[in-house]
Design a binder for this molecule. Structure first.
Ligand SMILES: Nc1ncnc2c1ncn2[C@@H]1O[C@H](COP(=O)(O)OP(=O)(O)OP(=O)(O)O)[C@@H](O)[C@H]1O
Length: 328
């Protein structure tokens, strides 16, 4: 339904995205996950037809952006990071207005507007002025305006940012209810968002897609290794360096602690390695105090850190995972 190939965007001398390639099957929800500045908004704006790419191709519902950009736009609904709402209009009035702009015929508009309100659970609020709505309701109106012309594909840029926990659950449920009948790409920098909402995830870092897979497969492919939580004393930067040099270790990160005298570290190793003994030996050999060492399982958070950390490239073999500079 959505095919993105070798997409790139250069702003002046800044390369925002490079060689971004992924596809989304009909009815799927793909999460585009990456840290701030990774290139998510740039990718989403190109997909939505709001920004021309510098290179690459994009097809939505079989239409090529270069050959038929109007058809691409008609087949897509877009929710930017800040929903484009007219605050003095009623929800219903606004949705009629958007439907007209999106080319829905006057005869079809009442039905399409009602259907969008129904999908977004706004049917009792049609006459309410948008300004008076909570942020969660405004977000639902933002999603309703994205689907009012009934596009098969929907692009949602950080749809839960700024919402309270209750509203986040509501919006996530709404997005999940749209899947199946719609194909969805959502961007986020929040990990739980992808594991809770998406069928697949594309991890983007510094303008490049570094992995594409289901959240479950990413976990099993990349977190087959061991995790350790350590409580140590001694110079932190040196301890991290010592640990990174232990064979099999791929990630060392600080963990929050209220204990000012001791440092808590989390260490993750490559799949099928158990370097626990070597970790303890290396620390003790270098004179660090080791007060606790606990074996834990790696998490999706660790996968994300492994793929987006700049400190060390991953020696990974999974075919959908690329390290810096390699082709997918
Ligand atoms: N109009 C612009 N002119 C120049 N550089 C830009 C422009 N827009 C984005 N960039 C740069 O392109 C890169 C990708 O930005 P983008 O906004 O797509 O990232 P993002 O993943 O959406 O981040 P965030 O979550 O912080 O919005 C960043 O380095 C950013 O500074």
């Amino acid at each position: 339904m959505i095919e993105v190939e070798h997409l790139s965007k250069i702003y002046g001398s800044t390369s925002a995205i490079t060689d971004v390639t992924f596809s989304v099957e009909p009815g799927e929800i793909l999460g585009l996950l990456g840290p701030n500045g990774a290139g998510k908004t740039t990718t989403m704006r190109i997909l939505a037809g709001y920004l021309p790419a510098t290179g690459g191709t994009l097809k939505i519902a079989g239409y090529d952006i270069h050959e038929n950009s109007l058809a691409v736009r008609q087949n897509i609904g877009y929710l930017p990071e800040t929903p484009p709402l007219y605050s003095e209009m009623t929800i219903e009035g606004f949705l009629h207005f958007v439907a007209r702009i999106k080319g829905v015929s006057a005869g079809d508009r009442p039905e399409k507007v009602q259907a969008a309100m129904q999908r977004c659970n706004l049917q009792d609020k049609g006459k309410v002025i948008i300004r008076k709505l909570s942020k969660g309701y405004k977000q639902r109106v933002g999603i309703a305006q994205a689907i009012v012309h009934d596009p098969p594909a929907i692009i949602l840029d950080e749809p839960t940012v700024g919402l309270d926990p209750r509203q986040i659950i509501d919006v996530r449920n709404l997005i999940k209810s749209l899947a199946g009948t719609h194909t969805i790409i959502l961007s986020t920098h929040i990990l739980p968002e992808v594991s809770m909402t998406c069928n697949r995830v594309a991890i983007i870092n510094r303008g490049k897609v570094v992995a594409t897979n289901t959240p479950e497969n990413l976990m099993t492919q990349l977190t087959g290794g061991a995790g350790y939580e350590l409580e140590i004393t001694g110079e932190v930067a040196l301890a991290k360096q010592v640990l990174k040099n232990v064979a099999g270790v791929i990630l060392v990160e600080s963990m929050p602690t209220t204990d000012h005298n001791r440092t808590h570290l989390r260490v993750i190793s490559q799949p099928e390695t158990e370097p626990g003994k070597d970790i303890a030996a290396a620390l003790i050999h270098r004179g660090f105090g080791l007060y606790q060492m606990r074996r834990v399982n790696a998490t999706l958070e660790d996968v994300f850190l492994q793929l987006t950390t700049e400190e060390k490239n991953l020696p990974l073999e999974a075919d959908t995972v690329t390290t810096e500079g390699e082709a997918a």
